[in-house]
Write a protein that binds this ligand. Structure first.
Ligand SMILES: [Zn+2]
Ligand SMILES: [Zn+2]
Length: 556
């Protein structure tokens, strides 16, 4: 066989050293011309307080836009938001073919229909376990257990050797629905040879193995059966196995299931279309909730992350049009906080408890399991696949580091990389050879803005220290033609000495202007700069905070 030409490279553009926004690229060729395969295009929910008005963050794809003509396609491993949630927003800049399994494709379609103006993305539907070609990439899907139907690892077969991109996975021999992790195929890959494993690090800090989804189903059945009055269960809408477990538990307890929340409705519909709720009873609409006796109902609610507009938060504030709880009802959080959401979730839990509602979480009951591999599972995977090199992805620094240590103990080489590092996987020993541009995009209303832009930083400053706006009219003699207009927003009204801050700002404007030499007063930019400095200093001397200041100078 002729030696392979060029190189096989890999670069994460998101998801490494952070939560969410998973996007990886694989390249075949050399630096003059590479073909790229994109794996996943994920979103992250901005919970950081220094991003006022921003809810969603995306990986910055400027590099992919530059390389657009060399992009062979996008493969989605599964339909979690951190893997496919940025596609509707970013695809219009790429317009390359997308490959996904039936459930992922159907959920993407449902999402698109729910978002006015979202692009219609042509998706090539590929079957579970299938092998297909995307440009020069020979791809085989490997079914893996996770917390959503149809999670897939990818085997990439290249002239340089094989790579396993694990996606999100765990080992669960009894996953309630869907296929368990395909150990046979993974072992076969190990025998065939594997250059590199690019893998999920989320739970690399946790010892042992994750409990099974079936164990959770058992606990839910007991809790629902034993509940004296109404029961509500909140979980990630996309966890269809969990929805199924709740439905089965409800049926066993002689209760109807009511679906509350748009995201939950959407997933239920898609899961029915794709066969994942086959044999499960029909659910009832929210409008029937009020007519059912309390011991005959289970409400399946969105809002497990404390999202203020989701069903559960509204119920906890007693502000839902159809669904209310009473003292003695039981709410089960069949979920775990995504880091950053703890405060919002506490607010919801406290709101419920204040209403006399019993709240059950995974702190006391096995009502949730993670969909990610703990240490013993990571060891199994490395043992099956026997990769020469392991590249930890999907996690914060701590998780990547722990995954790296574990891989080394299992005898693999490790490349620890950051977003934007270009890793040469073959030929030769894998290592970082270059960097590609990366960053973050924020979704700001209907627009995408780059993290480096001023917009969000300005808004952050505004929220911290307010703004003073000043309008000055200066005549051709360099005198004020009228009293300056001064307006304060977000600044305390009076100083510690009881002086109105507006008056302090006004005096600073006049004094600063009059202290300027006449020649400078005719230069609007110079006036604006001096007045801005004077106003900010005057306010800061009382407040210890410098507001933004915007000065408009009119020549009359
Ligand atoms: Zn996932
Ligand atoms: Zn994920």
């Amino acid at each position: 066989m002729a030696p392979a030409q060029g190189q096989l490279v890999f670069a994460p553009l998101g998801g490494v050293g952070e939560i969410g926004m998973n996007l990886a690229i694989y390249g075949l060729g050399d630096e003059r011309r590479r073909s790229w395969l994109v794996v996943d295009v994920g979103v992250s929910f901005a919970t950081e307080e220094h991003l006022p008005g921003i809810e969603l963050m995306f990986p910055d794809i400027r590099y992919l836009v530059e390389e657009r003509r060399n992009l062979a396609g996008i493969v989605l491993t599964h339909a979690h938001e951190d893997h496919f949630g940025a596609l509707l927003d970013l695809w219009p800049q790429l317009k390359v073919p997308v490959y996904a399994t039936p459930f992922t494709a159907a959920l993407l379609k449902a999402k698109q229909l729910g978002e006015p103006g979202a692009p219609e993305i042509p998706v090539t539907v590929v079957q579970l376990g299938s092998r297909f070609q995307v440009g020069p990439f020979d791809i085989e899907l490997v079914s893996v257990a996770h917390s959503i139907p149809e999670s897939n690892a990818l085997i990439l077969r290249t002239p340089h050797g094989n790579v396993l991109h694990t996606g999100d996975w765990k080992i669960d021999p009894t996953p309630v629905l869907g296929l368990p992790t395909d150990e046979t195929k993974l072992r076969a890959l190990g025998n065939e040879g594997c250059l590199a494993l690019i893998g999920d690090s989320t739970n690399a800090v946790r010892d042992g193995r994750s409990p099974s989804e079936s164990d959770v189903a058992k606990t839910l059945a007991e809790l629902i059966k034993a509940a004296p009055q109404r029961v509500a269960v909140t979980t990630f809408a996309s966890n269809v196995a969990r929805l199924r477990a709740v439905a089965d538990a409800a049926r066993a307890a002689g209760r109807e299931v009511i679906v509350v929340g748009r995201a939950m409705d959407r997933v239920v519909q898609v899961a029915r279309e794709t066969g994942y709720l086959e044999g499960v009873q029909e659910f009832r609409g929210q409008d029937t909730y009020g007519y059912l006796p309390p011991d005959k109902v289970v409400a399946l609610c969105t809002g497990s992350q404390g999202e203020p507009r989701a069903a559960l938060a509204r119920i906890s504030r007693d502000d839902h049009p159809e669904v209310t709880f009473s003292p003695g009802d039981r709410v089960i959080f069949s979920s775990r906080p995504i880091p950053g959401n703890e405060k919002a979730i506490s607010n919801v839990i406290n709101g419920l408890i204040d209403q006399g509602i019993e709240v059950i979480t995974d702190r006391t009951h096995l009502v949730h399991v993670s969909g990610h591999p703990r240490r013993a599972e990571l060891e199994d995977m490395i043992g099956w696949v026997k990769p020469r090199t392991v590249i930890p992805v999907h996690g914060e620094a701590l998780h990547l580091h722990e995954h790296a240590q574990l891989a080394r103990r299992c005898g693999a080489d490790v490349v620890l990389c950051r977003n934007g590092d270009l890793v040469q996987l073959a030929p030769g020993n894998p290592g970082i050879i270059d960097e590609v541009p990366v960053g973050r995009l924020y979704k700001d209303g209907a627009l995408l803005v780059t993290a480096e832009g001023r917009t969000i930083a300005d808004r952050g400053r505004l929220s911290f220290a307010g703004i003073v706006t000043v309008a000055l009219a200066v005549n051709h003699n360099g005198e004020l033609a009228a009293n300056p207009e001064v307006d304060l927003v977000g600044i305390p009204e009076v100083s510690g000495q009881g002086e109105p801050m507006a008056e302090i700002a006004y005096q600073a404007v006049v004094q600063t202007f009059e202290s300027l030499p006449r020649g400078r007063r005719r230069d609007p930019e110079s006036v604006a700069e001096a007045v801005r400095g004077g106003v900010r200093a005057a306010i800061a001397s009382r407040w210890n905070k410098k507001p933004m200041c915007h000065v408009q100078v009119l020549e009359v």
